[in-house]
Structure formats: structure tokens, C-alpha cells
Design a protein around this ligand. Structure first.
Ligand code: NAD
Length: 368
């Protein structure tokens, strides 16, 4: 039994719709296991711009910093609401959160569910048993290195980006991957381009050094081009993949296709700060605000509900509770319930709230 505080930032579009269902599930889990979990809601994104004049206010940042974790929906609107004439972008909230909370590690777990194997564009036999976590470095590398500019020279226009990593930045993310692997199948795949890039050669050197402290975990090195191929050829062979920012950006999108729908995928961004029970983190489904279906009861809340499971596991240390939520989601899918994005012949298509209710009921059934 414990006392925990979660900052809840539902955001825009379908964000509030799916977060509401995750909070319903949280209430049931807290009651069942006897935890006191305090949630405090605040505005973010377009909703905050309209009410408070900025994408995330100082007061909301303070709330986040005081909490054990942040549960986030999504931010952003349509071209119409966030066109070139608007001064503040809703996404700037995300950049401020990442920077000020030092969220350096992005985790994307990808697990296939047997009953959904046929909804993917990839063959079921290849997808069966996929259960991996991609750990992407989030605050360094070529997206942040300076100089980064287009400039005029006497030979014409040229452009430069800078890919820079320090040993410390590499070490903390690789270490996180090894720690994760210890609680899983004890296999880390470190992805780089060490045949060409100096930053990758340092990456590999640091990964080898960190690996010596984890003799129980197997380390494999893969070049990024080979990894992109193996992700669709033998995805079930991966356990934990760790890689730098840009490679991770590309590989996580590729890996997400293994799960079929975006409406099923959670993510966590972890920082340097420890909580009393785990690591402080920011948790969001990977999908956006889906303006095309917002307000129509069509959004799949399962990504948000699975996101809550990650929050419980990594920031609150509640692994049993997290596993119970994941099992409940799987049970609902196996029972044939689908939201619009997972529509399948012969299966019952239900709305956002009803899907949330089904998960709550599946949790209650576990109680026996
Ligand atoms: P999106 O993820 O919002 O939607 C892409 C497609 O997937 C749409 O057809 C949508 O209906 C569908 N979809 C997404 N989530 C779903 C769910 N839970 N259930 C059922 N269907 C779902 O991406 P987009 O359309 O490129 O972006 C829309 C807005 O969201 C933009 O303003 C974008 O900037 C923003 N966005 C925000 C985040 C974030 O907050 N982290 C991430 C991505 C996009």
C-alpha cells in the first residue's frame, strides 16, 4: 500500500476521451490493491493556449515536478486551429516538459496480441510472440547538435547538422536498457552505425564497457540498416533494443507497425529523478489527437490504458498492478471486442467508453 501523486494532462482532441478511460481503470486498481493515488488535472496544448495563453503554464510545470509521474493524452489540432498564423504551438508543451524534466529515455514496448495478428500487414507467423522494448535516447544526437544551419559559402549553399554524444549520455541510456533487460529476457541489442560514424564507435565502446557489469545479460550489436531489416524478418527475436535519437525515431515507427494499430501502443519517457518507488516519468500513448474522430466515441482507449500500466510499473513500482491491467486488456481483445480502428469481420465494434468499461469488468473478473 502506498501514497502516490500523478499529474494528469489530457490535452486536446481524443486525449481527454482516452485519458478518462485510463483514470477509470486507475480507480479500480487503486481500490482493489488498497493504494491512495492522488490525481491532479491540468490543461496542456491548445486547451491551455486558449485558457491560459501558453501551451503549458509555469503552474502546470510545477505540478508536474511535484508529482511521481505524468499521465498525458495528446496535444495538437487541425491545420485550421494550429495554422501558421497561431503564435504558440501546442507541441511546444512537449518540448518544455522533455527539457525541464530531463526526460532522456523514451521507451516503447511492443507486444503482439494473438487475436490481432491478422490485422497487421505482416504475416501472422512472423509476428507471433513479439515482445520487445525499444529504448531511444531522446535529448542528444543530431537533433540537438550545433551547428545546425543552411549557409552560403563561396562554393554555393551548404547545410550542416552535428551529431554529437558524450560518454555520459551514452552510458546512462545503455545502463537503463541493461536494467530493463534484467527484468525481462536478458538480451540487449545495441543499434549503431559503427562502420561509418565516430559517434557510433564511441557508443559501441561504452555499450561493451557497461555490459561487463551485467554478465547475466547478453549484448548484441547491430548496424541500424541490418536492424531495420531484422525488425520485419525476425521481430520475435528482440528483447530490449537501445539506440541513439535519430535511429530510434525511425526504428520506433517501423516497430510500431508490428502491433497493427496506433490505438494499442503506449510509451514512457523517463528522466534522471528517482521517485520513492521508481523513476520519475512522463507517459503517453504514441498516437496524436486524431481530430478526424474526436468527440465521436470512436477513439481506442487501450493505448492510454496500457500507458497507465507502464506508469504504475516504472514510476510507482507497482508491477503486479501493471500486469493485471495488461492481462485485462488482452482478455477484452480475446473476447472479441474491438474499437473502430481494429474493425474485424464477426467482432463487436464498441465505443471508447464501452471499451473502458470492458477493461474495468475484466479486472473485476480477475478478482474472481
Ligand atoms: P494521429 O495519431 O492523431 O492520427 C493518425 C490516424 O490514426 C488518424 O486517422 C486517427 O483517427 C487514427 N488514430 C489515432 N489514434 C487513434 C485511437 N486511439 N483510436 C483510433 N484511431 C486512432 O496523427 P495525426 O493525424 O498525424 O495528428 C493529429 C494531431 O495530433 C496533430 O495536431 C499532431 O501534431 C498531433 N500529434 C500529437 C502527438 C502528441 O501529443 N504526442 C503525437 C502525434 C501527433
Amino acid at each position: 500500500m502506498g501514497n502516490y501523486t500523478i499529474a494528469v494532462l489530457p490535452g486536446d482532441g481524443i486525449g481527454p476521451e482516452v485519458v478518462e478511460q485510463a483514470l477509470r481503470v486507475l480507480q479500480v486498481v487503486a481500490d482493489r490493491y488498497g493504494h491512495t493515488i492522488t490525481t491532479q488535472k491540468a490543461l496542456v496544448g491548445l486547451a491551455a493556449i486558449e485558457a491560459e495563453g501558453e501551451a503549458i503554464s509555469d503552474a502546470t510545470m510545477e505540478l508536474c515536478k511535484r508529482s511521481d509521474a505524468i499521465l498525458f493524452g495528446a496535444v495538437g489540432g487541425t491545420q485550421h486551429t494550429t495554422g501558421p498564423r497561431s503564435k504558440v504551438s501546442p507541441e511546444s508543451a512537449l518540448f518544455r516538459l522533455r527539457k525541464e524534466l530531463e526526460l532522456f529515455a523514451n521507451l516503447r514496448p511492443i507486444r503482439t496480441v494473438e487475436a490481432l495478428l491478422n490485422t497487421s500487414t505482416i504475416k501472422a507467423e512472423v509476428l507471433r510472440g513479439v515482445d520487445m522494448v525499444v529504448v531511444r535516447e531522446l535529448t542528444g544526437g543530431i537533433y540537438f547538435g550545433q551547428p545546425s544551419e543552411i549557409r552560403e559559402t563561396e562554393h554555393g549553399t551548404e547545410a550542416i547538422d552535428t551529431l554529437i554524444y558524450s560518454e555520459g549520455e551514452i552510458e546512462r541510456i545503455v545502463r537503463m536498457a541493461f536494467e530493463l533487460a534484467r527484468g525481462r529476457r536478458k538480451h540487449v541489442t545495441s543499434v549503431d552505425k559503427a562502420n561509418v560514424l565516430s559517434s557510433s564507435r564511441l557508443w559501441r565502446r561504452v555499450a561493451d564497457r557497461v555490459a561487463q557489469e551485467y554478465p547475466d545479460v547478453k549484448l548484441e550489436h547491430l548496424l541500424v540498416d541490418a536492424c531495420s531489416m531484422h525488425l520485419i524478418r525476425r521481430p520475435a527475436s528482440f528483447d530490449v533494443i537501445v539506440t541513439e535519437n535519430m535511429f530510434g525515431d525511425i526504428l520506433t515507427d517501423e516497430a510500431s507497425m508490428l502491433a497493427g494499430s496506433m490505438g494499442m501502443l503506449p510509451s514512457a519517457s523517463l528522466g534522471t529523478r528517482k521517485t520513492a518507488y521508481g523513476t520519475f516519468g512522463f507517459y503517453e500513448p504514441i498516437h496524436g489527437t486524431a481530430p478526424d474522430i474526436a468527440g465521436q466515441e470512436k477513439a481506442n482507449p487501450l493505448a492510454a490504458i496500457l500507458t497507465l500500466a507502464l506508469l504504475l510499473r516504472y514510476s510507482l513500482g507497482l508491477t503486479r498492478e501493471a500486469a493485471a491491467i495488461e492481462a485485462a486488456v488482452e482478455a477484452v481483445i480475446n473476447a472479441g471486442y474491438r474499437t473502430e480502428d481494429l474493425r474485424e469481420e464477426g467482432k463487436a465494434v464498441i465505443g471508447t467508453k464501452e471499451m473502458g468499461r470492458q477493461v474495468v469488468e475484466a479486472l473485476a473478473r480477475q478478482q474472481g
